[in-house]
Ligand binder design. Structure first.
Ligand SMILES: Nc1ncnc2c1ncn2[C@@H]1O[C@H](COP(=O)(O)OP(=O)(O)OP(=O)(O)O)[C@@H](O)[C@H]1O
Length: 354
């Protein structure tokens, strides 16, 4: 496999699977923050230290094969074009911080893109595992396996009392963030989301947008994760989040049922109008596209639309982001040009399923 494929395909191979509860939970993620004992934290390390860290990972992964996860590919930020870095951000494989601010940053990607390890981001090592649907426990298992393997070769910064030491105190302890990406159009349409978000926050969990901290919830997609990393075991953090997500799934299903009962024809109309916009418009902005894709996804889940596979919608959510549009166009595009390209790309993809 050639590294170039990471920038070409919008749909990561792991996204092709239908995970459990995938009508509501789009994906599950575990990320672990770790640091190496012998180096200063990335906030203060020297360029030399940063390069040594990358070198040690280059050697460690030179075999490129790690148990059943298979080969890994190392991509250095200072060797990538800015559009390529943006594409990796849009695929949730690296953070905007690594792409934009970390000259001596790198990432290791597995072939299926379900595992990614960021080097020299906010911490020396950030291990991330992604699974389709509601599979937090499976993601934790894979992240732990990767973590154990790395720990055999690297001395982690660890304190008997506090656990894993990290750049930001909010990650000290387990260094673990567990999160799910949820599609919650029912709770948004019934306006219950306005009560649900504060209630989730009170339970010590955080609700974020599609692209993490500081981002908007595009197309009714919300990311829910744990806030606390200290004083609880990894398993308890995942268990607590799992309990809340189960309740949210129930609430979303009930909201959808209530909408079908009370306003079936209005809902069907909304779904088909959005389908009409996607299949006919000549200019479309990213927010409108995300909203229409959300309506059509709901339409598929409720059985109104049967001819469109959901993976096409997932792919379009990523493909219509600015980085991908420009990658396909072969260069920079002005916002208006992007809106025209976005519309034609969506029409082309959906045309195959008419
Ligand atoms: N369940 C998930 N499925 C797919 N992508 C996810 C999921 N959860 C988070 N992400 C993606 O991971 C990236 C980082 O998210 P976020 O900023 O919330 O977290 P973080 O890595 O835990 O960082 P920090 O510790 O700085 O808050 C974002 O692109 C986000 O969309």
């Amino acid at each position: 496999m050639n590294e170039y494929v990471f920038f070409q395909r919008a749909l990561s191979p792991w996204m092709n699977e239908e995970g459990p509860d995938s009508d509501i939970v789009l994906s599950s993620r575990i990320r672990l923050a770790r640091n190496m004992k012998q180096y200063s934290f990335p906030t203060v390390f020297t360029n030399e230290e940063a390069m040594q860290i990358i070198q040690s990972f280059e050697q460690l992964f030179s075999q490129r094969r790690l148990g059943h996860i298979g080969p890994f590919f190392l991509l250095k930020m200072n060797e990538l074009q800015s559009i390529e870095k943006r594409v990796l951000v849009e695929k949730h494989l690296i953070s905007p911080h690594l792409a934009e601010d970390c000259t001596f940053g790198a990432c290791l990607l597995s072939e299926q893109e379900e595992a990614s390890i960021m080097i020299n981001e906010e911490d020396h090592i950030r291990i991330q595992c992604l699974f389709a649907g509601f599979q937090l426990k499976e993601a934790l298992k894979m992240a732990n396996a990767l973590d154990d393997w790395i720990e055999q070769h690297v001395d982690y910064a660890f304190d008997e009392k506090y656990g894993y030491l990290t750049s930001c105190p909010t990650n000290v302890g387990t260094g673990l963030r567990a999160s799910v990406m949820m599609h919650l159009p029912g709770l948004v349409l019934t306006q219950q989301i306005n009560q649900v978000i504060p209630a989730i926050n009170q339970l010590g969990l955080v609700v974020r947008g599609t692209y993490g901290e500081g981002s908007e919830a595009l197309g009714n997609i919300f990311q829910i994760s744990n806030q606390i990393t200290l004083g609880k075991s990894e398993e308890d953090i995942v268990e607590d989040l799992t309990g809340v997500v189960r309740q949210l799934i129930e609430q979303e299903r009930m909201a959808r049922e209530a909408l079908v009962k009370t306003s079936n024809i209005q809902l069907e109309d909304r779904v088909y109008r959005s389908y009409g916009v996607l299949t006919n418009s000549r200019i479309i902005g990213s927010k409108e596209a995300a909203q229409c894709l959300s309506d059509v996804r709901l339409g598929i889940d409720l059985g109104y639309i049967t001819n469109v596979p959901k993976t096409i919608l997932t792919e379009l959510m990523i493909l219509t982001q600015p980085g991908f549009l420009q990658k396909y166009a072969g260069g920079a595009l002005r916002p208006q040009e992007r809106d025209v390209r976005r519309a034609s790309l969506i029409r082309e993809r959906l045309y195959q399923w008419k």
